[in-house]
Design a protein around this ligand. Sequence first.
Ligand code: I3S
Length: 126
Amino acid sequence: SPTDSPDLLHMVEKTGQLNKTKIAEGGRKLRKCWASSWLVLAGNSLMFYKDPKVAAGWTPASSRPESSVDLRGARIDWARDLSSKRNVIHFRTVTGNEYLLQSGSEAVSQDWYQAIRGVIRRLDQE
Ligand code: I3S
């Protein structure tokens, strides 16, 4: 967990707000429930918080996320038939948990796509 991993203190790659919904758990389809979420990409993990964490000195070790996914072995692509919304990222963890991430801004979604894909690729090479 983040609180057990002091290395994460130095490894925050990206933070920001996106719309998020989980669409599958262990390969089993879930009903969509879109909600705004504060994302922190750090180390091997993408962490989801209810509220933005913008205080000076904040680190992932400072507070437990609502949920967190291990990006090792994950797959990412653009959601095409999975939502009527624009700029929707789709990713799937090795355990079969699937999420959609969305922003009204194409640039914001593109930046997140590249950042998450970068982490997945780095982990693939380890
Ligand atoms: O894939 P779906 O079922 O069209 O997803 C829509 C629904 O989850 C809907 O909620 P209800 O299940 O209460 O009707 C949401 O309000 C929509 O946002 C979902 O579709 P989009 O295309 O926005 O992901």
